[in-house]
Write a protein that binds this ligand. Sequence first.
Ligand SMILES: C[S@@+](CC[C@H](N)C(=O)[O-])C[C@H]1O[C@@H](n2cnc3c(N)ncnc32)[C@H](O)[C@@H]1O
Length: 272
Amino acid sequence: MNLKCPACQQVLNAFPENTPHSLRCENNHSYDFAKEGYVNLLLAQKKRSKNPGDDNAMMQCRQHFLNKGYYQFLVDTLVQLLKQHAPGTVLDVGCGEGYYGHAFKQQMPQLSLSGFDIAKGGIKLAAKRRVYDQLAVASAYDIPVMQSSVDLALSIFSPLDDKELARVLTTKGILIAVGPASNHLQTLAEQVYTQFKPHQNGFALLDNSPYFNSIETLQVEQKTTITGADIFNLLTMTPYYWSASEEKQQAIKKLEALTTPLAFQIKLYCRA
Ligand SMILES: C[S@@+](CC[C@H](N)C(=O)[O-])C[C@H]1O[C@@H](n2cnc3c(N)ncnc32)[C@H](O)[C@@H]1O
């Protein structure tokens, strides 16, 4: 997948060609690879004006929690979809610490996989997994790849920019977006709020987009018991953490088990 210069939008080439230590465009904008193997394509002025993404504590807690396999049934469904749509190149939008990329590569070692996230801490963790062919620090609102270079884009609980996604997908490209179904983590939310508000459809932007047509909607759900430190890791990886008072956080830390629905909505779109 050809990466794009964030300064002038031209294609970035490996430099030197054989043992690249940087990427460079024809206008001589140059971006060095970090020692971990990722490249930072977020321009300084954009970094200041946009959110920094999830912080390191959230990323680490998400990694600890996801590595325990609680979301394996979601992974299995996504792998089936990836196989069904037989993609050439897959882009993991807002890949975070790389759990899904790692899980996909275990079941599909030949997958050509690139990922990016606005949070450098997440990209550093993802790089350690050594499964992405390309990794960049970049924004979902300025996707760091050239137009028509992605066969399948995946956005799992990550920000969506319909125009940008349509730009990078090939004409036959597919977008898979994953978000919470209405009752996702209901009992965790009830630990924080007096009344649970069911999640609303998070895909209105795509459903009403002139760039995409919806082709399939799936819902996968399991009631799961989460135990011990995994409960607090789960809290910390979600926005509920910011709403939980110190007292509620301490109460959640003391829980030995929490049974909650894990419920995901998966939507597939093609280019309009
Ligand atoms: C809920 S996490 C999901 C991470 C990963 N997809 C997963 O499911 O484990 C949302 C991710 O989006 C990233 N993010 C937030 N704003 C972003 C933006 N403007 N561009 C790219 N990534 C962004 C966060 O840093 C975070 O890693």
